[in-house]
Design a protein around this ligand. Structure first.
Ligand SMILES: CC(C)=CCC/C(C)=C/CC/C(C)=C/COP(=O)(O)OP(=O)(O)O
Length: 453
């Protein structure tokens, strides 16, 4: 049989696990507990082995065997396969520990190795500084909830761009970095406080504190450093108001909201205030908070979180409940959908408000109404289904629940597109925006012509 070379990326635990999982899940019943526990406990050993570029021929060998085995033997074989995969067996291990790989029709070498130097590479590979650094830094990046931090920072930047007064690049850079650092700090404290609960939900089980990659104390230390740098940058690079707002928001999110998550459904309303503060920070960077436009924009971010979060939490309500979180979706599903609809409708007057107080032109309420209308329509469908499900007094049917789940999912994805769409439209329709651009490229606008003549 001719030999083929299969080049694998440097293996780490997750790669091993995914590889193993993808190749076996079609044929086997997977025991979740079995998978989760060895994965967590062996993580450190696997990371070290992976960093040294060691490969795991046993996984392919065993998978080959597993594929052909009888279903009655699946569980024990699966256990054997997973143990080997997760143990990262070494090529130089004593022969008693080696698995016979003679019948594998190809060789497995680390990425970057050629056929001729395959053995040398696996034996001599030294941990590169880059990958070591990556292993060290990645958990800390995850600690900041990067997606959320990017969204929060963008909401602050957009607000800065929409606000009526002067903008400067240096101020924008400080605002961006300071807001991102404060958000990262708030999220790090949140994660440091919740591993006991996060480990019970599939959505959060992979977080660095749950996995033991970072201790809660390390998370707090990280938050202290990033939070201090962030607030200092905002204080000196932007202004004290923005810095105080940033600090207040860290406290609101990391202490008040995070504590309320396990106590009362009020947490969602407090969380919405947390989400509304970054646009206020962006606004306060250049314009006074006494301007009603600031509050319309903050109101937009506040209101948006209800269709977004209530729809998201609807489909994982049971997970939240069993993890110990008190969420409206689980405690009062009807209210959950009603609130999502209520705040979707509120988007219309808030967009009109931005034009009314002179921030955007009067086209903005019209084209933002397309996005708002779509969101409200889906929120209405979700609400109507939950009305049907819970109004008769009897238990909702499985079909009714499934339909509500579908509507919630649609609403969630719509909300993901809705916010950037409305913020971009507000920036495009900012009053005088086009005049500024036209004068920048040397074209006179009708206003200018009228003024001069
Ligand atoms: C400037 C500054 C300090 C900004 C902070 C912005 C920030 C962290 C907003 C979070 C909004 C929010 C309620 C998220 C849900 O958290 P969750 O804990 O319910 O999410 P989880 O279930 O994924 O942990």
């Amino acid at each position: 049989m001719s030999s083929r070379i299969v080049t694998l990326p440097r293996l780490n635990t997750v790669n091993n696990f995914n590889f193993f999982f993808k190749n076996t899940k079609k044929n086997l019943h997977i025991d979740q507990n079995f998978i989760a526990n060895p994965f967590l406990s062996l993580h450190r050993r696997n990371t070290i082995a992976a960093r040294k570029g060691r490969v795991i021929p046993t996984s392919i060998n065993s998978l080959h065997n597993v594929k052909n085995s009888q279903s009655s033997q699946h569980n024990s074989i699966l256990e054997d396969v997973a143990t080997k995969v997760l143990n990262c067996q070494e090529p130089e291990a004593p022969s008693s520990q080696k698995t016979n790989t003679n019948h594998i029709p190809f060789k497995v070498v680390p990425k970057g190795a050629t056929k001729s130097n395959a053995t040398a590479v696996s034996a001599n590979a030294l941990p590169s500084t880059k990958s070591e650094l990556k292993t060290l830094i990645n958990p800390y990046i995850k600690l900041t909830k990067p997606n959320l931090t990017v969204l929060v920072t963008l909401s602050s930047i957009c607000s800065y761009a929409i606000s009526p007064y002067s903008v400067s690049l240096i101020e924008l850079i400080y605002l961006t970095m300071g807001t991102a650092m404060c958000s990262g700090a708030a999220n790090a404290i949140n994660m440091g406080r919740e591993p006991e609960f996060d480990k019970k939900m599939p959505r959060t089980v992979g977080r660095p504190v749950v996995r033991g990659l970072i201790t809660p104390q390390q998370a707090y230390n990280f938050a202290a450093v990033t939070g201090s740098i962030g607030c200092t940058m905002l204080w000196f690079g932007v202004n004290p108001t923005v810095s105080i707002l940033g600090f207040t928001n860290i406290v609101l999110y990391a202490w008040l909201y995070t504590s309320l998550k396990r106590k009362s459904i009020i947490n969602t309303w407090v969380g919405a205030i947390v989400g509304a503060i970054p646009p206020l920070m962006g606004w306060a960077a250049s314009s006074p908070l006494s301007h009603p436009g600031a509050w319309c924009l903050a109101g937009l971010l506040y209101a948006w979180q209800f269709p977004h979060f209530n729809a998201l939490s609807h489909n994982i309500a049971e997970q939240y409940k069993s993890a110990g979180y008190v969420m409206t979706a689980a405690e009062n599903p009807k209210l959950n959908a009603r609130v999502a609809l209520r705040y979707s409708i509120l988007m219309f007057p808030l967009c009109i408000g931005l034009s009314y107080c002179g921030i955007t032109d009067w086209i903005f309420p019209i084209d933002s109404a397309i996005a708002n209308g779509w969101l409200t329509y889906l929120a209405f469908q979700f609400w109507r289904q939950q009305q049907k499900n819970y109004s008769s007094g009897s238990k909702p049917t499985a079909e009714g629940l499934a339909l509500a789940g579908v509507h919630a999912k649609k609403l969630f994805w719509c909300s993901v597109w809705h916010l950037p769409a409305v913020l971009i439209l507000a920036m495009l329709h900012k009053k005088g925006q086009w005049d500024r651009w036209f004068s920048y490229i040397g074209l006179k606008t009708s206003d200018e012509t009228t003024l001069r003549s």
